[in-house]
Design a protein around this ligand. Structure first.
Ligand SMILES: [Ca+2]
Length: 535
C-alpha cells in the first residue's frame, strides 16, 4: 500500500507537535526528595551538588578512599533504614541530573563483614550516568582503621537482627528507596536496575535473586561468598588443618613445598584439556593424588611428609561433618600457589570474625580450639537463618524477568569455588534442567583467576557487566566472556591484576569449556571455541 507523501509529513508534524506540547516531565528539585516517605526509612540529608563539589576522602576498614572533585551536577540522599528495632542501615543514593542520566540504576556491594559506605565509589558510578546507591550493611565498624583488633566483628556480638541486615535486608531497603527516589526525581521509573559485585558483594547479589526477585533486572554475582554458615567453617577448616599445631607442626606445608606441589599438579593435569599451557581448564577432571609425591625416606624439598600429604588431601577434599556429609568444597588442583593466603601464617580474618562475632560470640576465641563438626552445627543453629543465601529456588526471579551471571574463579584464594558450581547444579534441578536455567542464569568459571576478575580494576579483563547489560537490554545471552591473563595477575598473586596482558581466553558458559582450535597463537582468544566438556 502506498503512503501519500502528505500523510508521512503529517505524521512527522504530529510527532513534532506531540513532543513540543508534552515536554518531558521536569526534574524535581533535589530538596523535594526530603519529604519522600518509604516504610522503615528516614531521610537524614539531601544535597544538591554543583560541578566542582568536593567530596572529602574516607578511611576505614575498606582502606583509604581519596577525596573527589565531582565534575557533574547531582542530587545526593543520605538515609537510614530500620527494619527491626536493632537496625540502623546507612544508605546513600546518588542521582545524576536528568540530562546526564542513562535511565539505569547500578548498586554497589560490600566486602566481607565490613560496615562502611564508599561515598566516593557511589559518586564515580553516578558520574558515568547511573543512579547509584550503596549501604553500610547495617553497622559501622567500631574504631575502623584505628588498629582496633575487634573492629571486624564486635558489632555482631549479641545483635542477630544486624546479621540479617548485613545478610540481605540492607541491600533490599536500599533498592526500594532508590527506585522511589528516582521515580520522584525524574518523573519516570528506572528502566534497568543492576547489581554487579564480588565476594560478599556476590553473596549479596545471590541473596537478592533468592529473596527479593523484583529488586534487580540483572545481577552479576562474582565469586559469591555464599552460604555463610557453611562457607565460613569450611574455609576456616582449610587453615585449621594446616595451622592447628603451628608452623612447626607435622601438618604444616611451607610455601616452598606449595610451589613444588603446584608443579607436580600442573604436570599431572595440564594436558587433560588437550593443551599444555600451564592452565587446568576444568580442575574437577584432575585426580591428582598427593600421596604420589610423598617422601620415600627422610623429608626433602621435592616431596611431602606423611603429615603434609594428609593436610593437602584434606584441603582438596574440603570440610565434612563427622558422618562424611560435605560442609563446603575444598580448594581445587592447580590453585595451590594461592593457598599461602590461608595457610602460611594465620587463618583469613573474615572466617575468624564469623566465629567471634556470630557463633561463639567471644573476642578471645582461639581458632586452634575449632571443632569442624561441633562448631559448624553451632553456627548453623545460631546464624544460619539470618545470613544464609543458598536457596536454589530462583523461580520468582526468573518469572520477574531477572537475569543472573555467576562468576567463579578456579584459583580463588579465599572461597572454595566448586561449591558455586554445586549451587548452580542445584538451581538447574529446581528450574527443570539446564535449558530452563541457562535462559536466565549462567555460570562462568574462570581458569587461572585468583578471584574477582574484572571487578576491582581493569574491568575489561573480564567484563561480565557488559555481558549482562547486553543480555538484559538486547536479549543477547552470553555464550562466553573473554578473560585477559596478566603477567603478574596469575595464579601466584591472588587477585593482583597488574602487568601486561599476555593471554586472552574465552570463558564459556557452564557446562561448556574453551577448546583450542588446533592452530594459531594459544594466547589469542580467537583461536579457541566453546565446546561441550570432554571426558
Ligand atoms: Ca591445559
Amino acid at each position: 500500500m502506498k503512503h501519500p507523501a502528505g500523510s508521512i509529513l503529517f505524521a512527522a508534524f504530529l510527532a513534532m507537535f506531540v513532543c513540543a506540547s508534552i515536554p518531558a516531565v521536569a526534574q524535581q528539585p533535589c530538596e523535594s526528595l526530603k519529604s519522600i516517605k518509604v516504610p522503615d526509612i528516614t531521610i537524614t540529608a539531601v544535597t544538591a551538588g554543583k560541578p566542582g563539589f568536593e567530596l572529602p576522602g574516607q578511611s576505614g576498614l575498606m582502606g583509604n578512599i581519596p577525596a573527589r572533585k565531582i565534575p557533574v551536577p547531582f542530587c545526593r540522599i543520605e538515609a537510614f533504614a530500620a527494619p527491626s528495632s536493632d537496625s540502623h542501615i546507612g544508605i546513600e543514593v546518588w542521582l545524576p541530573d536528568a540530562a546526564n542520566w542513562n535511565g539505569k540504576f547500578l548498586a554497589a556491594g560490600n566486602p566481607g563483614f565490613i560496615g562502611s559506605l564508599s561515598s566516593g565509589g557511589l559518586a564515580e558510578i553516578m558520574e558515568r550516568g547511573y543512579v547509584s546507591a550503596g549501604t553500610d550493611t547495617g553497622h559501622v565498624d567500631a574504631a575502623a582503621g584505628a588498629g582496633n583488633q575487634n573492629a571486624g566483628f564486635e558489632w555482631a556480638i549479641g545483635h542477630p537482627e544486624k546479621w540479617a541486615d548485613w545478610g540481605h535486608r540492607a541491600v533490599h531497603e536500599m533498592a526500594v528507596l532508590t527506585k522511589k527516589l528516582a521515580q520522584s526525581y525524574y518523573g519516570k521509573p528506572i528502566q534497568h536496575s543492576y547489581w554487579n559485585s564480588c565476594h560478599n558483594g556476590g553473596n549479596q547479589g545471590l541473596n537478592e535473586a533468592q529473596r527479593y526477585p523484583d529488586d534487580f533486572d540483572g545481577i552479576v554475582a562474582g565469586d559469591p561468598a555464599f552460604w555463610i554458615s557453611h562457607l565460613q567453617p569450611g574455609s576456616l577448616y582449610i587453615s585449621w588443618v594446616a595451622l592447628k599445631d603451628g608452623v612447626n607442626g607435622p601438618g604444616y606445608v611451607p610455601p616452598a613445598k606449595i610451589t613444588m606441589l603446584n608443579k607436580a599438579v600442573i604436570e599431572a593435569c595440564d594436558a587433560i584439556d588437550g593443551l599444555k599451557d600451564g592452565l587446568i581448564e576444568d580442575p574437577t577432571k584432575c585426580k591428582f593424588d598427593p600421596a604420589s609425591i610423598q617422601c620415600k625416606g627422610a623429608d626433602a624439598p621435592d616431596c611431602l611428609t606423611a603429615g603434609q600429604v594428609d593436610t593437602v588431601k584434606k584441603i582438596y577434599a574440603g570440610a565434612k561433618f563427622k558422618d562424611g556429609t560435605p560442609i563446603y568444597t575444598g580448594f581445587e588442583p592447580g590453585s595451590e600457589l594461592n593457598w599461602n593466603f590461608m595457610i602460611e601464617k594465620e587463618p583469613f580474618s573474615v572466617n575468624i570474625n564469623y566465629f567471634k562475632g556470630m557463633v561463639i560470640q567471644d573476642p578471645k576465641w582461639d581458632f586452634r580450639t575449632f571443632d569442624v563438626d561441633r562448631d559448624t552445627r553451632l553456627g548453623i543453629e545460631r546464624a544460619g537463618k539470618y545470613v544464609d543465601g543458598n536457596s536454589p529456588d530462583l523461580r520468582a526471579f526468573k518469572k520477574a524477568g531477572g537475569k543472573l551471571i555467576i562468576v567463579s574463579s578456579w584459583n580463588s584464594l579465599a572461597l572454595p569455588p566448586r561449591q558455586v558450581q554445586e549451587y548452580y547444579k542445584s538451581v538447574e534441578k529446581v528450574m527443570g534442567g539446564p535449558a530452563k536455567t541457562q535462559d536466565f542464569a549462567r555460570l562462568f568459571a574462570v581458569p587461572g583467576s585468583g578471584g574477582c576478575p574484572g571487578f576491582m580494576m581493569n574491568v575489561e579483563d573480564f567484563n561480565a557487566f557488559d555481558a549482562m547489560t547486553r543480555w538484559v537490554e538486547k536479549g543477547e545471552a552470553p555464550e562466553k566472556i573473554i578473560y585477559s591473563h596478566r603477567e603478574s595477575g596469575g595464579a601466584a598473586s591472588g587477585m593482583g591484576r597488574a602487568g601486561k596482558v599476555y593471554r586472552t581466553r574465552p570463558v564459556c558458559a557452564y557446562p561448556k569449556v574453551s577448546k583450542y582450535k588446533g592452530s594459531g597463537d594459544i594466547n589469542d582468544a580467537a583461536n579457541f571455541t566453546c565446546a561441550a566438556p570432554g571426558k
